[in-house]
Design a protein around this ligand. Structure first.
Ligand SMILES: Nc1ncnc2c1ncn2[C@@H]1O[C@H](COP(=O)(O)OP(=O)(O)OP(=O)(O)O)[C@@H](O)[C@H]1O
Ligand SMILES: [Mg+2]
Length: 215
């Protein structure tokens, strides 16, 4: 059964029409990668999927729930979705551990073991440091740990490997694959076909719709 269904989704900003009748179906165990040129609308699509932005027209089903404009979906966002933003705004005064545990403030779900998660991402030595002093790649891994801490049903990751070297890219991919094998759907945006090739399905976002790619 499909877990997420987008049907004929339209989204514009003023005169800029970004999504033009986009369709996407995601099942619980899917690992989906989305590629596309800069400005194609990938982050717009992620923000809609992650219930951060509304769409103008079309239908979006998240599990049993039809998503309707103007309603509050913070309960779904905090309990079921792990979101890794492209432009991660990390609150700099928090320690890494506090930052990773932030989602637990708004949720009754039990978190996973932060130290264990940090070890898998090779950031355990950073846990007591303020987030503000970290390098770009370290911040990216902290942001991923935060997205994973509540074991979400879907991870929506917008360029989670953009700032990383090859070893750290592999760490991130291994972790996402691990979460996916544990039953979490993964939707990943990337410019990098090496990263995309880890997914079960690859789509290119072009002209406001998704085109499946067969590598
Ligand atoms: N809040 C906004 N207000 C106005 N225009 C926007 C807004 N968000 C995005 N856009 C425009 O929508 C288009 C798609 O932007 P989007 O960020 O989704 O692209 P992208 O595919 O993620 O690009 P990149 O690969 O560079 O991150 C761009 O032309 C952008 O300028
Ligand atoms: Mg983007």
């Amino acid at each position: 059964m499909n877990f997420i269904v987008l049907k004929d989704i339209f989204k514009s900003y003023g005169d800029t029409s970004v999504l033009r009748g986009l369709n996407l179906e995601i099942q619980k165990n899917d690992f989906t990668a989305i590629v596309g040129k800069s400005g194609a609308g990938k982050s717009t699509l992620m923000n809609i999927l992650g219930l951060v932005e509304y769409f103008d027209a079309g239908h979006y089903y998240f599990g049993e729930t039809e998503i309707l404009s103007g309603r509050d979906y913070s309960h779904l966002r905090s309990n079921q979705i792990g979101f890794v933003f492209q432009n991660y705004n990390l609150i700099s005064s928090l320690t890494c551990k506090e930052y990773i545990l932030l989602p637990t403030l708004y949720s009754k779900c039990p978190p996973c073991d932060v130290y264990n998660l940090a070890q898998m991402l090779d950031i355990e030595h950073l846990l007591s440091m303020p987030v503000g002093v970290l390098s770009g790649g370290e911040k990216q891994r902290i942001a991923l740990a935060r997205a994973l801490v509540l074991k979400p049903k879907v991870i929506i990751a917008d360029e989670p490997t953009g700032n990383l070297d090859k070893d750290n890219k592999n760490i991130v991919i291994r972790l996402l694959t691990h979460a996916n094998e544990d039953g979490c759907a993964v939707v990943l945006i990337t410019h990098d076909y090496y990263i995309a090739s880890n997914a079960d399905k690859i789509f290119e976002l072009r002209d406001g719709i998704l085109h499946e790619k067969y590598l």
